[in-house]
Write a protein that binds this ligand. Sequence first.
Ligand code: XMP
Length: 517
Amino acid sequence: MDRIVILDFGSQTTHLIGRRVRDAGVYAEIVPGVSAVESWYDDTVRGLILSGSPFSVYDENGPKPSRSLFDLPVPKLGICYGAQYAAHLFGGDVTRSETREYGPARVVSNVDDPLFETIPETFESWMSHGDAIAAGPSRGETLARSENGAIAAYSFPEARFTGLQFHPEVSHSQYGSTLLANFARRLCGARAEWNVERYRAEIETAVQKSVGDRTVLLLISGGVDSTVVAALLLRALSPDHVHLMYVDTGLMRRGETGEVRETLASLGARHLHIVSAADRFYGALEGITDPEKKREIIGNEFIRVQEREIRGAALPSDYLLAQGTLYTDLIESGHGVGRHANRIKSHHNVAAPMVVEKRDRGEIVEPLANLYKDEVRRLGTALGLPDSIVGRHPFPGPGLGVRVIGEVTRQRCDTLRHVDSLFISELRERGLYDEIWQAFAVLLPVRAVGVAGDERAYGQIVALRAITSVDGMTADVYEFPPGVLRSISARITNEVPEVGRVVFDVSGKPPATIEWE
Ligand code: XMP
């Protein structure tokens, strides 16, 4: 299959480049930017993309890709650092800057180039850079400038190289997807051979091969990723060899445990271990209000319960552990790709001792590790999972533990569960659920005065959050149609007697995060 290789120099948006190229139907793979050319180059590679980086080309310890990759007989695209690096290498002028230029910039391109085909002459791009390209390589050509005259794109035909100062991969860059698709399809001539349905058969065979007739254990969270892995394992392997374990921590959403049981049974699960551990979690969380402490307790309890249950399940000693790790998880936790990638999330279970041990022994199966979230959803559909499961909003590992602010008790979780289920069912009934990337309710640790009948009453306050996003790294507040929030709020205060007030969170990310904690 034709491939585009992305050399990662540690930019936080590298994985978005891969995603956009795959959206164009072309298989894209991310490799550490400084790895040896021979470790990834073969005759299926149709083009290279050099990513951005937190480093400057003048940094001693910045990533320095192999000089020989510029001799490879395929088109290359440098984005930000990638473009600056090539300009610097081929006699251009990169000016050092201590301050970063960050935000939208209009770009004008009036040169005929396949990269800009079907894109208007002037468009809005997204900049995020310190250093700037004052001059491209002397035997190169400027393809686009920003409105203030700075070089926004150049070509250097000798190395079949095009450099972009802006980031076409971020959603704020107009025509960014078209530009990356133009690169992959028109400039590189890569064939659009990548689709998840085709990949499904490949993954199934790979899973069968790596598992053989061993037993596999999968820890289920109720979310999309682990459910898709369950569907895949149950289809690819004999269900007798597949053990599924789900821990009800008491921090799940309303009805979740029942739904998980039903879904997995309908997929043909034979060894389903549903562990009721709510009391244990509530007990451990008693009196704790510090968010980090709560996370730590929940994480530790999880590991203890799982280890106890796994021992009790009496699995053969060489059992394999399956995980719903995604491509982005690997990138974000610095495993496998981009040694310069920054660690962003610390909450992935990639580091649990049991997982580390299994990984060290090579006893792990991660069938989604090449896929992006939206591809996992499509794979789920291809495996016959209903839309209500594949389209589910993300839910954090520590569950309501991060959404009940202050002390986590059964009673407070019950209140929040009730509110959350009303909010979500309203969104589904109104056909808004799929327009929103993530929606949920948060229970606050303060009360506010209200009137109940003729009395003044101090009721609880819940905050509703609804955001749109591409991947959860940034988020915008979802704009509700007029009147909707008001009627959802009325329903909540009518049906949940403990709640006296409903507020709506109007903060984007940044500066806020999606969860409250
Ligand atoms: P934040 O709050 O960091 O969230 O803007 C970004 C996305 O990550 C989810 N999230 C978590 N997911 N374990 C998870 O598995 C966690 O501890 C966790 N904290 C946040 C959050 O729901 C959002 O989708």
